[in-house]
Write a protein that binds this ligand. Structure first.
Ligand code: ZN
Length: 129
């Protein structure tokens, strides 16, 4: 298992981590298998979506913010319930097929780390089988 650190700079932010994960696959020398990406946080997540237009991740954050507002009479006293809910909806892991030493992603797909309660120092884990 490989651990990566991410330093986020905003409260909500989506960062492309595809390059780091591909490097982990390359370094592992696994040619064919499965790559699991896991985010061990309760207010950050991982997703796969379009990398070509930066407005796509922006729109995802904008819409999540509207559907799950920061303030909504939540009971959790830490003041970050929206971030917990967004994390559960987006998810804590992704599985990507590895073929010939490459992540199998669609032309426009990237793997994104999703910060919902930053800025913070974060981690994500990669296991290649
Ligand atoms: Zn909390």
């Amino acid at each position: 298992m490989k651990t990566f650190t991410v330093k986020t700079s905003q409260r909500t932010e989506i960062l492309d981590i595809t390059h780091q994960i591909q490097k982990a696959v390359t370094d592992s020398k696994v040619r064919n298998g499965i790559c699991c990406v896991f985010v061990p946080h309760t207010t950050a997540a991982v997703t796969i979506n379009e990398n070509a237009d930066p407005d796509v991740p922006r729109d995802i954050l904008m819409k999540l913010g509207k559907v799950i507002p920061f303030d909504d009479n939540y009971r959790h006293t830490e003041g970050n319930s929206d971030a917990h809910i967004k994390t559960s909806l987006v998810g804590s892991s992704e599985i990507i097929i590895v073929e010939d030493g490459r992540l199998v992603l669609g032309t426009w797909q990237s793997i994104f780390f999703c910060e919902f309660d930053g800025p913070r120092n974060r981690r994500f884990l990669v296991k290649i089988i």
